[in-house]
Design a protein around this ligand. Structure first.
Ligand SMILES: [Zn+2]
Length: 56
């Protein structure tokens, strides 16, 4: 069964990395609005993925 959540988590990571590399406003400490949105969706997917990997 394909791990859809993992794929989306990886895609979100790539999307944020590509944005951060191309964006002049994004730094390690500050993000522009687009960068923040991409980062937020990445962290949300990462949390969901890690939660599922480690069930309580
Ligand atoms: Zn940016």
């Amino acid at each position: 069964m394909p791990d859809d959540l993992y794929q989306r988590y990886q895609a979100a990571h790539r999307a944020h990395q590509m944005h951060a590399a191309a964006c002049t406003s994004c730094t390690d400490r500050a993000r522009c609005r687009d960068g923040a949105r991409l980062w937020e969706s990445f962290t949300r997917l990462q949390d969901a993925y890690l939660q599922r990997k480690r069930p309580r």
